[in-house]
Ligand binder design. Structure first.
Ligand SMILES: *Cc1c(COP(=O)(O)O)cnc(C)c1O
Length: 376
């Protein structure tokens, strides 16, 4: 087989080529209007994304990180408070907790889903615990019913980090609609990406939505009268218009990602690499809709394989090489290697393979063939 020149981890040029006219028109409209900050395009995007996520209110913000930050601010979470999440996630999940002056408290992951191991949650709750932030990692929802049950019994706010999980479902409910707040990112590599930074918080509570709107504009209501200290967390119209233009394609993209995942499973099995072999496949649980922001395998000799694939033109990524409890900036939390073993094992063994919607049969076959030739 002649190797494809390259199989990138994500091919946004291929996506743009297919929807160029729609995106260009959306951008053009914003330029014609010269309305760049908030305004009707942002409101339209908020309505559409909130509806897609099964939540009544959406508040557009400047990034997924700021979505998490502003949700914590809206709950007045700060110094002396504890917020529970996992150490195996993108930095922002716990970084935002530290930024409001609160303390991140970690719970290890379930090795099957890489999401919070809810059976370990209750033991970490103290009288200082104010919130729990489940992360729907890689596009598959965390075990929400038992989590909501524990949170409800302890009066904890639930802030879903749904940055990787737009459209994912848990027992028929959409990611972001189950907790008090659902935080989304439109970073270009997410399944619904804009052309820069952007994000959204969805909520079913009107008062919370109003509070978020005030906080994203420096806490001013009315203009120039500040009862709260907020920040500039506004979503701009250009990004909102692009998100609205892409949203009608999202379900088809998700279906293509799911097909790609199924094809990988079949190809890896056919190649004899699974079931006791060097490649562990990700599981998609029956009560969930996995949207495959990433297709993450567990492999032997991960770093060597990654370098080998790079030489063959296959893009991969390690999400994430250093669990958060071992990050230098969190040294003050006093953790050491061994504290969250499942997160540490995952950080050492996982590898994300290209699963973007436009990935072709030949490209997928080439990826699996390359992995097979590494282990042969
Ligand atoms: C991408 C991401 C974020 C942050 O989103 P940005 O828009 O990049 O700020 C937060 N949490 C998780 C799990 C993410 O993947």
């Amino acid at each position: 087989m002649t190797p494809p020149k390259n199989v990138p981890l994500l091919d946004l040029k291929a996506q743009y080529a297919r929807i160029k006219a729609e995106i260009d028109r959306a951008v053009q409209e914003v330029f014609e209007s010269q309305w760049f900050i908030l305004g009707p395009k942002v409101e339209q995007c908020e309505r559409r994304v909130a509806e897609y996520c099964g939540s009544p209110y959406g508040v557009g913000v400047s990034s997924g990180s700021d979505a998490l930050l502003i949700a914590l601010m809206a709950e007045r979470i700060g110094p002396g408070d504890e917020v529970i999440t996992t150490p195996y996630t993108f930095f922002a999940t716990a970084g935002c907790v530290a930024r409001v002056g609160a303390t991140p408290v970690f719970v290890d992951i379930d090795p099957i889903t890489c999401n919070i191991d809810v059976t370990r949650l209750e033991a970490r709750i103290t009288e200082r615990t104010k919130a729990v932030v489940p992360v729907h990692l890689f596009g598959q929802c965390a075990e929400m019913d038992p989590l909501l049950d524990v949170a409800g019994r302890h009066g904890l706010v639930v802030i879903e980090d749904a940055a990787q999980a737009i459209g994912a479902e848990y027992r028929g409910r959409r990611a972001g609609s189950m907790g008090d707040y659902g935080c989304f990112s439109f970073f270009p590599s997410k399944n619904l990406g804009c052309a820069g930074d952007g994000g959204m918080v969805v909520t079913r509570d009107e008062a919370k939505a109003q509070c978020l709107q005030v906080l994203r504009g420096h806490g001013a209501k009315p203009k120039y009268y500040h009862s709260l200290v907020g920040g500039n967390f506004r979503l701009d119209a250009l990004q909102a218009a692009i998100v609205s233009a892409k949203l009608p394609h999202l379900d088809a993209w998700t279906a293509a990602r799911q097909n790609n995942a199924d094809r990988y499973r079949r190809l890896f099995r056919e190649a004899g690499l699974t079931d006791g072999g060097p490649v562990g496949l990700p599981e998609s649980l029956a009560d969930r809709r996995h949207i495959y922001n990433q297709f993450v395998v567990r492999v032997e000799r991960r770093d060597e394989l990654r370098a080998y694939l790079k030489d063959r033109g296959v893009g991969t990524e390690v999400y994430y090489p250093v669990p958060l409890h071992l990050q230098e900036c969190f040294a003050g939390l006093g953790h050491k290697r061994g504290d969250f073993p499942e997160s540490e094992v995952a950080a050492d063994a996982t590898l994300a393979l290209p699963v973007y919607p436009e990935l072709s049969d030949e490209q997928a076959e080439y990826v699996v063939e390359s992995v097979a030739s590494f282990y042969s």
